[in-house]
Design a protein around this ligand. Structure first.
Ligand code: CMX
Ligand code: CO
Length: 146
């Protein structure tokens, strides 16, 4: 079941400058940054609020690491702006399969690794009224046994 808006993905040319805009304008601080080479992005997650399902909602700022990445191609065509939305679920495997069974193209056979160790997949924007849609299951909290 999809239970929150996990994040809104925003494509930008200059991650540091965009992070600074969000800090100076709204007071949002960086919660996490990483490079995801498979996705071709350098990203910053700004936590906006916790959610009643135990998760949270973020703004995900995305700078391409290469021009032929999904975000690089999109930026070249559209300029900066909202690139995708992501819904959070406890079970991306079963939810993506159920959505596939409804005839929506799910882009990956198996979920891949997203921000902060989450598992993610995407639905084709042409099957979602023009919105690239991501499904996310957060990584379980780090074990304290180590
Ligand atoms: N939102 C809405 N429509 C989009 C889109 C987007 N983000 N990206 C592409 N499209 C549209 C294009 O406008 C184009 O439409 P037209 O044919 O009408 O012009 C069509 O989809 C095909 O676009 P394209 O430029 O030829 O791009 P590709 O088909 O090569 O790739 C997609 C599109 C969705 C398959 C690719 O972007 C993808 O695999 N995305 C998933 C991965 C991703 O976005 N990773 C970055 C974020 C990582 C993260 O969130 O962690
Ligand atoms: Co995303």
């Amino acid at each position: 079941m999809l239970t929150r808006i996990d994040h809104i993905g925003i494509a930008c040319h200059d991650l540091d400058a965009t992070v600074e805009f969000y800090r100076a304008t709204y007071g949002f601080e960086v919660f996490h940054t990483e490079v995801n080479e498979e996705q071709g992005v350098r990203e910053a997650m700004l936590k906006i609020n916790e959610t009643s399902d135990g998760g949270a909602s973020y703004i995900q700022l995305l700078e391409p690491t290469r021009e032929d990445s999904a975000v690089g191609k999109w930026l070249a065509k559209n300029g900066e702006g909202v690139h995708h939305i992501a819904f959070g679920t406890e079970d991306v495997d079963s939810d993506s399969q159920a959505i596939r069974d409804k005839g929506v193209r799910v882009l990956y056979d198996q979920p891949r690794i997203g921000s902060m160790g989450s598992r993610i997949t995407f639905l084709h924007p042409k099957d979602c009224h023009g919105v690239l849609t991501e499904l996310v299951t957060s990584a379980p909290p780090a074990s304290s046994e180590h």
